[in-house]
Write a protein that binds this ligand. Structure first.
Ligand code: GDD
Ligand code: MG
Length: 397
């Protein structure tokens, strides 16, 4: 794969936020020395290097009641070397949608000999393992089950990836229409990690186009939600540095990946606040404005890559109410940040009212933020789950 070199990086304390790097070529051919004039502008990531990173990576697919055909396509797009971890919150009654997902995955693994795990988010064993590990943040009021939410599914996926001793985790939504896009996202994750210098690294995907169909296809680039969340997050950073910036272009990126080292120190917000909160928390903890959360991490620095994929992103449309909810949850992370000053707060409120995600005079509710995983007893979770892992494996025998 060939991608643009990091041409521009903004530093905010110990955070290095790289500007968008475009994918130039999906398949860069055989290994060969690169002429210097090309190496100045382009990173060529060799096939076997990508494979090495894929081997160390788990792909977590959160799913809730998606069309089975889409799920089937998504798993077929995950490169073979990766471990697939499906965390499902799909219904089991009256139709056992979870059972159907498990069957589909088992059949896929049977024929491809891929490694995959599938767990239901409400599996009582998970709740027990979390309670024992002192991580009740993720549980509902009775403490009997993991709460609903995509973010909660992601966190479970991260823990299972740790159990499987992976070094990287990439997230891919289950409602992607194009298996080729899924394949490319994972290549981008691997490419980003291969360039990273720090053990604390994150890769966020920016899609080149997100087509809309209204009569004919229109290859739109920005959605209203991501445009607005990016703007408010950039305003938060600008207000602290005194220099206006547009560096953040992936505030809502559902398709993103991180090193396990980074995953352990990140707090994860509930629901759709999760992706913007990752950036807000990093700015708070390592931006150099507030006290630094962890000196060791700060010494290494944290690298964020934003990679623009070639495949258009095409997923299920869930309607305007869903989008408003997403905007509200995303912007609440900016609004309630300790870094947020009056001007950005006013911008957030203005946008929420204009896009009818909040009423005039209403403040967004505080996001619910789960403690970083390093605060729990990860080993206890792993020990508890390890004995039961066979039953979650989709590759039998
Ligand atoms: N395990 C689990 N539990 N998965 C869930 C849950 C849940 O409670 N709720 C939703 N999911 C799954 C969906 O099935 C899908 O695969 C994925 O999480 C994303 O949820 P969507 O509801 O499809 O979100 P979206 O498409 O509107 O938004 C996506 O893209 C945004 C950026 O454009 C998400 O990834 C957002 O988080 C992201 O900001
Ligand atoms: Mg979706």
């Amino acid at each position: 794969m060939r991608i643009e070199k990091q041409r521009y990086t903004e530093r905010f304390g110990s955070l290095k936020i790289n500007d968008v790097q475009k994918v130039l070529e999906l398949d860069s051919g055989r290994r060969a020395d690169m002429p210097l004039k090309e190496a100045i502008a382009v990173d060529k990531i060799e096939e076997d290097v990508i494979k090495d990173f894929e081997e160390k990576m788990a792909i977590v697919i959160p799913i809730k009641d998606e069309k089975l055909k889409l799920f089937e396509g998504v798993i077929s797009g995950v490169p073979h070397e990766c471990l697939i971890i499906v965390i499902s919150n799909s219904g089991q009654e009256p139709v056992d949608r979870f059972g159907m997902e498990r069957d589909t995955l088992e059949q896929f693994c049977h024929f491809t000999q891929s490694q995959a795990l599938i767990i239901h988010q409400k599996d009582p064993v998970l709740a027990q393992a979390l309670a024992q590990a002192g991580y009740t943040d993720l549980l509902d009021e009775d403490g009997k089950a993991v709460r609903d939410g995509k973010s909660e599914g992601m966190v479970i996926g991260l823990l299972v990836a740790m159990l499987a001793q992976k070094e990287y985790v990439g997230f891919v939504d289950a409602d992607n229409y194009f298996p080729g896009a899924v394949w490319e996202y994972v290549k981008c994750y691997a490419a980003g990690f291969s360039i990273a210098q720090s053990p604390y690294a994150m890769v966020r995907i920016l899609w080149r186009y997100k087509p809309k169909i209204s009569g004919e296809i229109y290859f739109r680039k920005w959605g209203r939600v991501s445009e607005t969340t990016n703007k408010c997050l950039n305003s938060l950073i600008s207000s602290k540095t005194g220099f206006e910036t547009d560096i953040i272009k992936t505030a809502n990126a559902g398709e993103h990946a991180m090193s396990i080292n980074l995953a352990k120190i990140l707090p994860f917000a509930s629901g759709y606040a999760v992706e913007p909160q990752e950036l807000v928390s990093l700015c708070e903890d390592y931006g150099g404005v507030l006290p630094t959360a962890n000196q060791k991490v700060a010494k290494h620095g944290i690298e964020i890559f934003q990679i623009e994929s070639r495949n258009p992103h095409f997923h299920e449309e869930k309607g305007i109410v869903h989008l408003r909810e997403m905007l509200l949850q995303g912007l609440s992370t900016v609004y309630h940040s300790q870094l947020c000053e009056e001007e950005t707060k006013r911008m957030v409120i203005r946008e929420l009212v204009a896009q009818r995600a909040a009423k005039r005079g209403e403040e967004p509710a505080k996001p619910r933020i789960n403690l970083p995983l390093r605060k729990m007893n990860i080993k206890s979770f792993i020990d508890f789950m390890a004995e039961r892992m066979d039953s979650y494996s989709a590759l039998k025998g």
